[in-house]
Design a protein around this ligand. Structure first.
Ligand code: AHG
Ligand code: MN
Ligand code: MN
Ligand code: MN
Length: 335
């Protein structure tokens, strides 16, 4: 008898406990299959001509990499046919994607960042896929943009795949966070990191320090205090990391604690943050909170925000509970 728990087994057992229909497990299976296909393309890289730019821009004016386009296609094709979804939305698509009429429609909505950390693809640094599952609001027939604009607290499930030295899948459906590692020979994700928790305290922070001149005073104060080390108000030395793939930076925090910040800054007044609420901030906030951490904009809990646009950007400060609470506290103090 095999003592290893596969992701599929794990999900079926979890669904049984909460009396789920199995529909959701089917959907998750399709997402997992898509992530295996994307992992394969990422791993083969230059061997299959998958690196470099696609030569087009996405809805947000970013130049798409070939793998952004490939990963987006894989997610759409893997998840449109089975009848679990009513519609999808993606970083790489300007509008929502209602399930085509040739397929049956289901009760869920899927939102995703098909390839997170695009700038790292061509330099062989970890990238990932982030997703969030919502319910189509009751009574809705034809899926519309407004149906996606639900606060993060309503997520049914959120997760990410990280394509690193090992490919892993980290998931929550509101009962804690579990991590699975892809066994390539077997082709299955195996439960390797049950019940992930983020240490409440940390001496490590992650921020793109090249933006320092644009930071608001509370963030500047926090980072200055960390940098001051043993002679500063914190009295300890801090370490800094910045991978520039949110999945990889958040994964490190889930594994050993830390704080991740892409805060509000004054770089571009039209953008209140860098990261996107629906397919970056919300799924990661759900995972981090389920692992015992906190996720805030500095001013509000991310999961309570009421989205107004599909590609809305928000400030993100997440990770170890006591440090995030401290940073939020600095935002409350008068400047
Ligand atoms: P994406 O590749 O999906 O567009 O997301 C990139 C994001 C995120 O992964 C990362 O934390 C951040 O952009 C990095 O931004 P900087 O290049 O400003 O450091
Ligand atoms: Mn992008
Ligand atoms: Mn991203
Ligand atoms: Mn992306």
């Amino acid at each position: 008898m095999n003592e290893k728990t596969t992701l599929t087994q794990f999900m079926i057992e979890e669904q049984r406990q909460v009396g789920g229909s199995g529909d959701f497990t089917g959907l998750l299976n399709d997402i997992v299959t898509a992530c295996k296909v994307i992992a394969n393309a990422v791993n083969k890289g230059a061997l299959v001509g998958a690196l470099g730019e696609a030569g087009v821009q996405n809805a947000q004016g970013e130049t798409q990499k070939k793998l952004d386009v490939i990963a987006n296609e894989v997610m759409l094709r893997s998840n449109e046919w089975a009848g679990h979804l009513a519609a999808m939305a993606s970083e790489e698509l300007e509008e929502i994607y209602p399930i085509p009429a040739r397929y049956p429609r289901g009760k869920y909505l899927l939102v995703f960042d098909p390839l997170d950390g695009s700038s790292n693809i061509d330099v062989n640094v970890s990238v990932g896929t982030i997703f969030s599952i919502l319910r189509l609001p009751p009574g809705a027939v034809e899926p519309r943009l407004e149906h996606f604009l639900q606060p993060g607290v309503r997520q049914v499930c959120a997760g990410y795949a990280i394509y690193g030295p090992a490919t892993m899948m980290v998931l929550t459906s509101g009962h804690g966070v579990n991590g699975f590692t892809l066994d390539r020979e077997v082709g299955e994700f195996i439960l390797t990191h049950p019940k992930i928790t983020i240490p409440a305290d940390t001496r490590e922070f992650a921020i793109n320090a090249s933006n320092e001149r644009f930071w608001e005073p509370p963030v500047k104060r926090y980072v200055d205090e960390c940098l001051a080390g043993t002679t500063g108000p914190r009295g300890v030395n801090f370490n800094m990391r910045w991978i520039a793939s949110m999945v990889a930076d958040v994964h490190r925090i889930l594994m050993r604690g830390g704080v991740f910040m892409y805060p509000r800054d004054t770089k571009d007044p039209s953008k209140p943050g860098r990261l996107r609420l629906l397919y970056e901030a919300n799924p990661m906030a759900f995972i981090v909170e389920q692992a015992g951490g906190l996720a805030s904009t500095g001013y509000e809990r991310i999961l309570d925000l009421r989205p107004t646009e599909l590609h809305q950007r928000v400030p993100v400060i997440l990770g170890s509970k006591n440090e995030v609470a401290r940073i939020v506290g600095y935002h409350r103090e008068p400047a």
